[in-house]
Each structure stands twice: as structure tokens, then as C-alpha cells.
Design a protein around this ligand. Structure first.
Ligand SMILES: NC(=O)c1ccc[n+]([C@@H]2O[C@H](COP(=O)([O-])OP(=O)(O)OC[C@H]3O[C@@H](n4cnc5c(N)ncnc54)[C@H](OP(=O)(O)O)[C@@H]3O)[C@@H](O)[C@H]2O)c1
Length: 293
């Protein structure tokens, strides 16, 4: 397929790009700078110059693509407003298509809020963090857009060997500092490695029926205290972790900081059953422990 990828240099998008190229798809990827364009070219994509904040400049390109994957986000600005304008521009450009444009939209585990000990799956009603409520609204807009065949993916917390969502923990441990856990050490994260997540996007691109939703977690929930201790041991750090209350984390870092403080469990059962997804990385904490130098 010919895919227009948004966010192809990001944590999630760069893994999707590698996965699509490895499986013979043709990828055109949005690039807002020459630096990003260079990275995309090296990974095998054709850069499409353009900025997420000016979608009307480049959205016409969707007439040439079979599918769009939206994995871009500008965390420093009005994410919801930018994303909404993006959806409107793409929907408008796709409205006259005979074959609907497959559009894979990225949601996330934070759209389910605190799950307690219940394991979130596709049937669970949304209870988004306020700072991400726009994602639910924009997904609903997509489901009503003519010319679009939408598919929704909810990634768990995405990790890799450099950290990913554990980046803050890795940096602290590498520098011999205390890892700071937000919320409480029993705050619990569903997890997926970025390469496994990328294979979920590809399977959804190739096989998912329009309108479907998939939660993508390889581990349903791991306490942040366990993750912090595993990362510390990876770097030989004996400094005990510290706790920053949720209220203090929000005061210092903004509303999104409520996300890492959540106690959440999420499943990857449906995508495994329906699309044959088989995650290769099933134990994030053990990977960090066994990487100890
Ligand atoms: N990471 C996770 O654990 C996780 C979990 C669940 C859901 N999500 C969701 O997944 C999405 C992607 O997250 P991520 O962690 O992969 O983000 P990321 O690593 O920060 O990547 C963001 C991407 O968006 C691009 N971008 C940002 N502003 C742009 C602009 N104005 N014009 C063009 N491109 C722009 C960046 O391009 P440049 O390289 O040019 O900056 C980069 O490719 C977000 O919606 C996030 O909420 C993430």
C-alpha cells in the first residue's frame, strides 16, 4: 500500500516506518524540517514537506495515498485544535474518493483513565484524562467523515531500550540520581515495546475492518516501582526511588502528568485474536534487569 505517515520521526512513527518498509509498503511521510526529511529519507520514506499546523497545505496529497497513519503530535501547543484541523483537512480532501481512505488514528491508554484492577479493553467506556479528551472527540469526528475508513489504535505506554516512556527513569539512573515515581509506586502501566506496537499498526493497516478499535498492550500492567527498580539495576544504581505526589507532578509539569500517575491495566487480546498480533517483548522490567552492565 502507499501510506502517508504523519509523525514518521517520532517514537511510535519511526518504528512504524521501519515496519512498513520492511513489509514492502511505500511510505510518504510528512516532514516539517530538512532535518526530519533527511531522517525519513534514510529510513526509506519519501518526505512530504509540510507542517501539522497547516494541514490544508498538504492534505490534498491523500488523493494519491491508500492510507494515512496519524502518529504525530506537537506536545507543546494546542494538540487538540491542531489535530481537529488536520482531521477536517484530510476528511475534506478524501470526501470525493470512490475507495475510502484507510486512516489509522492513534488514541492511547490514558483515554480509559484509572482502571483500578479492571483490565481495559475495546468495550470499556472512555474516561479520558481531561488534557486528552480531544482525542475521543476527534475520533468520533473521523467515524462520521465521508470517504474515510477509520481504525483506532490505543497504544499502551511505549518503551524501548533507550527508555521511551521510561526515558526519565533511564536518565536519572544513568546519572546516579534517584528515579522519581509520580503518584505512587503501585501506579501501574500497561506496556508495549515500540517494535511490537509498529507490527500492530501494520496488521491493522493490512487487515482491520473499517471502524474497528484495538488496544495494544503486551503487558497488562506493571507497577512503576518494579520498573524503577529494574532500570536502576540496569545502571548499577543503588539510589532508592523517590515519590512525587500526583498533585505536585501536575503542578510542576502540567496536566498531562496525571497520566504516568494512573493505575491502569489494558489488554492486547483482541488484536492478537483477530489480527494475529504476537508481541516479541513480553517483560520490560526483565529486559532492563538483564541488560545490567
Ligand atoms: N509514546 C507513548 O507512550 C504513547 C502512548 C500512547 C499514545 N501515544 C500517542 O501517540 C502519538 C505519538 O506519540 P510519540 O510518543 O510517538 O510522539 P513523539 O515521539 O514526540 O513524535 C511526535 C512526532 O510528531 C511530529 N510533529 C510534531 N509537531 C509537528 C508539526 N508541527 N509538524 C509536523 N510534524 C510534527 C514530530 O516530528 P519532528 O521530528 O519534526 O519533531 C514527530 O515525528 C501522540 O498522540 C501520543 O499521545 C503515545
Amino acid at each position: 500500500m502507499h501510506v502517508l505517515l504523519l509523525g514518521g520521526t517520532g517514537s511510535i512513527g519511526s518504528a512504524i516506518l521501519d515496519e512498513l518498509i520492511a513489509h514492502g509498503h511505500r511510505v510518504t511521510a510528512l516532514a516539517r524540517s530538512e532535518r526530519s526529511a533527511d531522517r525519513l529519507r534514510k529510513a526509506g520514506a519519501t518526505p512530504l514537506p509540510g507542517d501539522l499546523t497547516r494541514p490544508w497545505d498538504w492534505a490534498g496529497f491523500v488523493t494519491e495515498a491508500d492510507a494515512v497513519i496519524q502518529a504525530a503530535a506537537d506536545f507543546d501547543s494546542d494538540m487538540g485544535g491542531i489535530d481537529r484541523a488536520l482531521i477536517e483537512a484530510i476528511s475534506s480532501a478524501a470526501s470525493g474518493r470512490e475507495i475510502p481512505l484507510r486512516l489509522i488514528y492513534t488514541g492511547g491508554c490514558w483515554l480509559f483513565g484509572e482502571t483500578g484492577s479492571t483490565v481495559a479493553d475495546e468495550a470499556m467506556p472512555f474516561d479520558p484524562l481531561p488534557s486528552f479528551a480531544w482525542m475521543v472527540e476527534n475520533w468520533l469526528r473521523l467515524t462520521e467523515a465521508p470517504g474515510i475508513a477509520p481504525i483506532l489504535i490505543h497504544p499502551a505506554m511505549v518503551w524501548d531500550e533507550d527508555g521511551g516512556v521510561l526515558h526519565r527513569y533511564v536518565e536519572a539512573a544513568r546519572n546516579g540520581k534517584a528515579i522519581e515515581i509520580w503518584g505512587a509506586p503501585d501506579a501501574t502501566w500497561p506496556l508495549v515495546h515500540r517494535k511490537d506496537l509498529a507490527s500492530a499498526y501494520r496488521l491493522a493497516l493490512e487487515h482491520a475492518p473499517a471502524g474497528e478499535t484495538y488496544c495494544v498492550a503486551a503487558e497488562q500492567g506493571v507497577p512503576t516501582g518494579v520498573l524503577a527498580d529494574a532500570v536502576a539495576s540496569c545502571f548499577g544504581s543503588k539510589v532508592p526511588h523517590t515519590i512525587l505526589t500526583e498533585a505536585d507532578a501536575i503542578a510542576r509539569h502540567g496536566d498531562w502528568a496525571a497520566g504516568p500517575a494512573l493505575k491502569q491495566f489494558m489488554s492486547g487480546g483482541k488484536i492478537s485474536r483477530d489480527l494475529g498480533w504476537k508481541p516479541q517483548y513480553q517483560d520490560c522490567a526483565a529486559s532492563f534487569r538483564s541488560a545490567a552492565s
